[in-house]
Design a protein around this ligand. Structure first.
Ligand code: GLA
Length: 717
């Protein structure tokens, strides 16, 4: 709900938060309040002008003590006395970068034009336009509120309303100034095979900046940052989450000022970034989602999950495919016979989709060649894809295919024909990573080429699933097609090219289910989720590692988006041996699948897999739509445990795993969460019927288990 008073105070109400801003006596758009719902009162007293030495007074100050240096802002200017980090830097032809953005107009329901930038659906939008008196540049700040989740979506659109070109050196999506206080900052850092570990540290003075300069959101630092009150934990305390609907280089910053107030802002990363706006031209910054919880991290996550599932992730079929993927089963070493055998085994076990991973195209017997040559290798696959697809169809299965659209190998026909299509300069040696180069997706003709190649394959074959991979990052950030003064636009233009391709393919092939991937979870972000309903969570399929990765990924992303496979043991990444039941239990906490040579399973194991698949289908609705509760932290405790509860609280599903065996550790209790305290639940595996109040307060006894064993509990009422 959006309320606007005559004196231009804007009160945005989400499901349970209030977000208030006002136009002050000088015309600046001040941030006033973001937190749990408040009444319809005049809150302007919260921003009393206060004199502070060395805080400059702008020429148009409405009060002699007014300074932008410590007045909370909605989008911060530079060069008018606010010495904190600005939200926008627009350099004019004479070199001046100072700006004085003040209120110009507002509108309810203002819609952005059509673009390929990921965009949240629904909600009610307020647009407030500010104008820089010094340059004529305007910024349209958009705010979207939702009745069904505590998320505020923000974005900024910058238009050069002046005569001269301006050069944006920073153009963030949002900025918000939270009041003075003691906060912790939480972030998700990692690396390939170990994505999204969480780190929580007190926010001291100065700036905590998380970012990626890799041209992708990255394994190294996920675009999510949360500010937590010091006392916040899973179940209590105030929490603010910030994420971007964006998959390229980004920055998110939390800056604690001299008065202990905290500015949080972010958007497209400003390292080596610039964007030239000719007269009348516009730059649209990606959307940011601000998530609010008055009751801990658990609620923050559930609000984020509901928002992403209802307003961002495309809605396709209710049932996700249960796949067998041949990557860890064969790597590059396959032929038609091997794949037919795998399809046969998969069909016998009740798996419904076969996904052919890397190695089916061009000359691709290893990772040093073939990328870019998207035509089926009939030398490797006699008869092409058809015999495989026919075999799938005969057994009632569907067929999926791996692509890495953005890449090219040096040893490929595509590169031999177009050496200048790779990012960088053709006459200067370029960095290789996984032996490959990145295609210059800032150039529409290259995106068109890849689209045509992929569309040809998707149109000629019955393909219901595409795994879209990206296995290196950008290093050179140079395109011969961009004029020198626009080279700072490379990174953002690249990701716009990626979104354009994804959009075109999805529109042309609505029946195809897309899974995102980037060396596992290297591009696990809300931008990709706007195109791909699920993402391969990590190349690390070890159950103990996955417990941690899936746990921290769920701080912001729903488990319905985390693609999880059962793989072989000893695990290929860690060498660890875990029971098949544990691997399946962890993989049941997301769209599930198998990624191992099914032919090597014993008859007993095959029987187990059949049961796992039936059990997964039984809980799938909970995984897709339920509320997630984290019970026991695998990073810090000896046990991992998570549960999902249906929205109507009638059923629940819990998965636990012993991360570290401790001798003589018995009668330890685990308290369940999220249940209806007055309802009686039957815990199938224990044969117990207990009230929600008992399960949540007295708890249940942890099973006695060896290291890496797991358990599942199904609760029905
Ligand atoms: C990446 C993916 C894997 C697999 C390989 C193929 O690493 O994350 O799942 O597809 O590429 O090369």
């Amino acid at each position: 709900m959006i309320e606007i008073s005559k004196d231009k105070t804007f009160h945005l109400r989400g499901k349970s938060y209030s977000y208030v801003m006002r136009v002050d006596g000088s015309g600046y758009l001040e941030h006033v309040y973001f937190g749990a719902r408040v009444g319809e009162d005049d809150l302007s007293y919260l921003n009393a002008p206060s004199f502070l030495s060395f805080s400059p007074i702008p020429p148009d100050a409405y009060d002699p003590a007014f300074s932008l240096d410590h007045t909370p802002q909605e989008y911060a200017s530079f060069g008018q006395g606010d010495f904190r980090t600005p939200s926008v830097l627009a350099r004019r032809a004479d070199g001046d970068v100072a700006s004085r953005f003040r209120y110009l107009s507002h509108a309810v329901g203002d819609e952005e034009g059509e673009s390929c930038l990921p965009k949240a659906r629904g909600g009610e939008t307020l647009a407030v336009t500010l104008k820089d008196a010094l340059s004529g540049v305007t910024v349209c700040l958009r705010y979207t509120v939702y009745e069904d989740c505590d998320v505020l979506v923000r974005s900024a659109e910058i238009v050069n309303g002046g005569e001269e070109p301006v050069r944006l050196e920073r153009a963030y999506s949002f900025s918000v100034d939270l009041p003075a206080g003691e906060y912790d900052v939480l972030r998700l850092h990692g690396r390939h095979l170990a994505e999204r570990a969480y780190e929580r540290t007190p926010l001291g003075h100065g700036t905590v900046r998380i970012c990626s300069t890799r041209g992708a959101s990255s394994h190294q630092m996920n675009p999510f940052l949360a500010l937590l009150s010091r006392n916040a934990d899973e179940d209590g305390g105030e929490c603010f989450g910030f994420t971007l609907l964006y998959s390229g280089s980004y920055a998110l910053e939390a800056e604690k000022s001299q008065t202990d107030a905290v500015r949080v802002q972010g958007g497209v990363g400003d390292t080596a970034f610039s964007w030239t706006l000719g007269a009348g031209e516009r730059f649209t910054a990606p959307q940011a989602a601000l998530i609010y919880s008055a009751s801990g991290l658990g609620t923050l996550s559930r609000e984020a999950h509901d928002f992403l599932r209802r307003h961002v992730i495309p809605v396709q079929s209710a049932n996700r495919p249960i796949v067998v993927n041949n990557w860890e089963a064969t790597y590059f070493d396959f032929d038609r016979q091997k794949l037919l055998a795998l399809i046969g085994e998969a069909a016998d076990l009740g798996i419904d989709t076969f996904v052919l991973d890397d190695g089916w195209f061009g000359k691709r017997d290893g990772d040093a060649s073939g990328l870019g040559d998207w035509s089926v290798s009939t030398q490797k696959l006699e008869g092409g894809l058809k015999p495989l697809i026919d075999a799938c169809k005969r057994r009632g299965m569907k067929f999926g295919l791996w692509f890495e659209p953005e890449m090219v190998s040096e040893d490929s026909d595509l590169f031999r024909a177009h050496p200048d299509w790779a990012v960088g300069k053709a006459d200067v040696p370029r960095c290789k990573s996984r032996n490959q180069y990145v295609l210059d997706f800032t150039r529409p003709e290259i995106v068109d080429h890849v689209y045509a190649r992929m569309a040809e394959i998707l149109a000629a074959n019955e393909i219901s699933y595409v795994k879209w991979d990206m296995n290196r990052h950008i290093t050179e950030f140079f395109s011969p097609a961009l004029p020198a003064e626009r080279m700072g636009e490379f990174s953002h233009r690249y990701i716009l090219g990626v979104y354009t391709l994804a959009k075109r393919l999805r529109e042309r092939f609505p029946q195809v289910f897309f899974e995102g991937c980037s060396g596992g979870g290297g591009r696990f972000d809300a931008g990709m989720l706007a195109y791909f309903p699920q993402i391969w969570t990590s190349d690390d399929t070890d159950a103990a590692e996955r417990a941690k990765i899936q746990w921290a990924t769920s701080f912001v992303y729903p488990i319905s988006a985390m693609s999880c496979h059962v793989s072989a043991c000893p695990n290929h990444q860690t060498g660890r041996v875990t029971p098949l039941s544990t691997r399946a239990a962890l993989a049941s906490l997301g769209p599930t699948g198998y990624e191992l040579d099914l032919g090597k399973l014993s008859d007993g194991e095959k029987g187990e897999v059949r049961k796992q698949i039936a059990a997964y289908r039984e809980t799938e609705a909970l995984i897709m739509e339920g509320d997630l509760y984290r019970l026991s932290d695998p990073f810090r405790e000896t046990v991992f445990a998570e549960m999902v509860v249906s929205k109507d609280k009638k059923s629940a599903y819990l998965v636990g795993m012993t991360m570290r065996a401790v001798p003589a550790d018995f009668n330890r209790r685990i308290r369940l969460k999220g249940l209806d305290e007055n309802r009686a639940y039957h815990v199938r595996e224990l044969g117990l019927t207990l009230h929600g109040s008992t399960l949540m307060r007295a708890g249940l006894l942890l099973p006695k288990q060896q290291e890496y064993e797991s358990w599942t509990w199904h609760l029905e009422s």
